[in-house]
Design a protein around this ligand. Sequence first.
Ligand code: HEM
Length: 233
Amino acid sequence: MRSALGLESELQTNPDPELLQKVLTVFHVPLYIRALSMFPFWQQVKKLFDINPIQHVRYFEKLGRKVLEIRKKSPSGRRDLFQLMLEAKEESVKGTQKLTDEEIIAQTIVILAAGFQSTAYTLAFSAYYLALHPEIQEKLRQEILEAARSIEDASTYDFVNGLEYLDRVIAEVLRLTPIEFVTVRQCNESCDIDGVHFPAGVTVFIPTFAVHHDPDLWPKVSSAVKSVNQRLL
Ligand code: HEM
């Protein structure tokens, strides 16, 4: 909330139960929508009945509008993401349209939705794997302790970026449990890739989880637990 929207929300120490419940279930797509979205007529049905697979959009829209009002009235003076959007609204770049209020609100919803669940799941899975592998946990702890000794403020962006082993641990956690287990793209122009024809307009599901566990790409790994040890110790 602070780095993206410049708001002091105290979410860690004094969580707002409604906001937390909403952001954590924003991608809980109802079963009927998941089933319908597999059919070619899905786009038409979606448009006809104004169905949005993302949950609680109205709630987030209201929140986004409130944030915009607050930030317009009292500029924070910080260079956070919201500030950049406000400046983009003021500046007119040649050939491109300025950001409208509606677009800023829409971006706020994306930032909230994309930022919460991804981070929460990554941290939860990291804690899970570190609990399973105390030796990796200890190695990581040592890296953090050593780095903290040589730097005064152990909460800065630069400090975290200097932790090479932490980076490897998170990368391996995300390989084993990719937050986005499937990536969806729409084909704009018809094309052929590796002998497969993709007509224009078709929706392509790229199975991230399967790629991350493909034995041809990760040949020496036979189980998730073994993989963590082999790759990180
Ligand atoms: C460990 C944490 C995170 C992971 C693993 C993660 C992963 C991803 C992935 C895989 C995508 C691509 C989705 C797609 O194109 O289909 C994505 C997009 C995005 N993420 Fe994250 N993300 C994380 C944290 C965050 C945070 C903290 C924010 C914001 C504060 C954020 C904001 C976004 C936005 C705005 C997009 C959409 C970009 C676009 O489509 O142009 N993410 N993220």
